[in-house]
Design a protein around this ligand. Structure first.
Ligand code: PA5
Length: 412
């Protein structure tokens, strides 16, 4: 089975009809390189990532694992969700991987309670900290960093600097200035790669490696996706087909895309998808609103709306062919996973038979290679889809507007 398979027949579009858009999709993909966009360094980064950067990531992760049993990773948006998605996908829900620290993500909310609870938990633990910020000025990240930097100082005195690892721009930003002055170990988030496309840089790979991921397999998967999307003809190029189908859904009057998923390990992958698509596409009064639903839980809530509600929604289902493990029940007669797969099939059929077109993606498994493949796949499909919509996939003027307002209110 291939790493990711795609079936759009439940949208009622035929391959013959879709094939009319083959060259439109290919042109949109070429425009990513040729149309003069900024921040396109991610496009071939999985191929060009320097060997020494990969080695540095792996060696630094080993150093962090030796030093601590608890790791705080601070960042928000694209500087957080990729790593969170990966760690949630590979890890046991209740325990860290053997030999790896427990990973706590901070700075993605402004709850004093949440951050105080992490510090309480880490009081008697050995702690390291990774802070990720491309701009080095994002307020939520800066506030959490100040909090945990002081926590480390109180715990370790001046040695606290040896426990801080910063991923940021090579030259600019407050975080870069501070890191260079204080002597934190730093890694570079390349200047031509934006936050939500930074998963394959140290921003995503360093926390992933600390959580026990085999980052070489993540990169291997991304390279395979790059190869497939760059070479496969439209009839077999699922990224191009999906990019086109999203636009066709709009023409049909759909304005919301719900990522429906069946494996709890995909919860943060769909959060990452929502950020990727929402921030890339939602501008100039355009774009599909990305949302997510975890099944079967949400069959008993949103399911009613999806089945018979306002027909503004289409669903993009994510399921997994080979689960990480299966269990037998009913005295060994039934497989838990087989029962789950029957429900999955029934739901796709039921939803698409009424007013919700359904596209189905099947991930081969929840391995690092599949994660790398699927992440790169959606990054590229998202960018192509944005070009087809006529928006710049790589800026986020709306987000900048709120950041500027916060600065104004703080009198900065
Ligand atoms: O995708 C993006 O560009 C944003 O979501 C950023 O990642 C987010 O705003 C955090 O920015 P920074 O990394 O500069 O702290």
């Amino acid at each position: 089975m291939s790493i990711l398979t795609f079936d759009y027949t439940q949208t009622l579009y035929t391959p013959e009809y879709l094939s009319r858009f083959a060259s439109t999709a290919a042109d949109a993909d070429s425009a990513l390189k040729d149309a003069g966009y900024e921040y396109t360094g991610w496009l071939d980064y999985p191929l060009t990532i320097p060997q020494e950067t990969l080695l540095d990531i792996m060696n630094t992760a080993e150093e962090i694992k030796r030093k601590c049993d608890s790791l705080v990773v601070i960042g928000i948006g694209g500087s957080y969700l990729g790593a969170k998605a990966g760690i949630s996908m590979f890890s046991d829900a209740f325990n860290p991987k053997e030999g790896c620290p427990e990973v706590y993500f901070a700075g993605w909310n402004m709850s004093a309670v949440y951050h105080a609870q992490i510090m309480k938990k880490l009081k008697n633990r050995e702690v390291c900290l990774i802070v990720v910020s491309k701009s080095g000025t994002t307020l939520e990240t800066t506030a959490a960093f100040k909090l945990f930097r002081y926590f480390l100082f109180e715990k370790y005195g001046n040695d606290y600097v040896k426990r801080i690892y910063a991923v940021t721009d090579e030259k600019s930003g407050e975080l870069r200035r501070e890191a260079d002055k204080a002597g934190y170990k730093t890694m570079v988030l390349p200047g031509d790669i934006g936050g939500r496309y930074s998963l394959f840089t140290p921003a995503g790979l360093l926390p992933l490696a600390c959580g026990g991921a085999d980052v070489l397999s993540v990169i291997k998967g991304a390279r395979r996706a790059y190869e497939d999307i760059s070479t496969l003809p439209f009839e077999r190029n699922a990224a191009h087909q999906y990019a086109v189908l999203r636009r066709l859904m709009e023409i049909k009057g759909k304005s919301v895309e719900v990522y429906g998923y069946w494996d709890f390990q995909l919860e943060y992958f769909t959060e990452w998808l929502k950020q990727l698509f929402g921030e890339s596409e939602g501008k100039q009064g355009k774009g599909l609103l990305p949302a997510s639903a975890m099944f079967p839980r949400d069959l008993h809530s949103l399911g009613q709306f999806l089945q018979q509600g306002n027909p503004i929604v289409f669903e993009t289902m994510l399921s997994v062919e080979n689960p990480t493990l299966d269990i037998a029940y009913e005295g060994g007669k039934s497989s838990y996973d087989k029962t789950a797969k029957i429900i999955e099939k029934a739901v796709s059929a039921a939803h698409s038979s009424e007013n919700t077109p359904v596209m189905n993606f099947v991930l081969r498994d929840l391995s690092e290679e599949t994660f790398g493949y699927t992440s790169y796949f959606f990054m590229r499909a998202c960018a192509v889809s944005c070009v087809l919509l006529g928006v710049n996939p790589f800026d986020q003027p709306g987000v900048e507007a709120y950041k500027a307002k916060v600065k104004e209110l703080l009198g900065k």
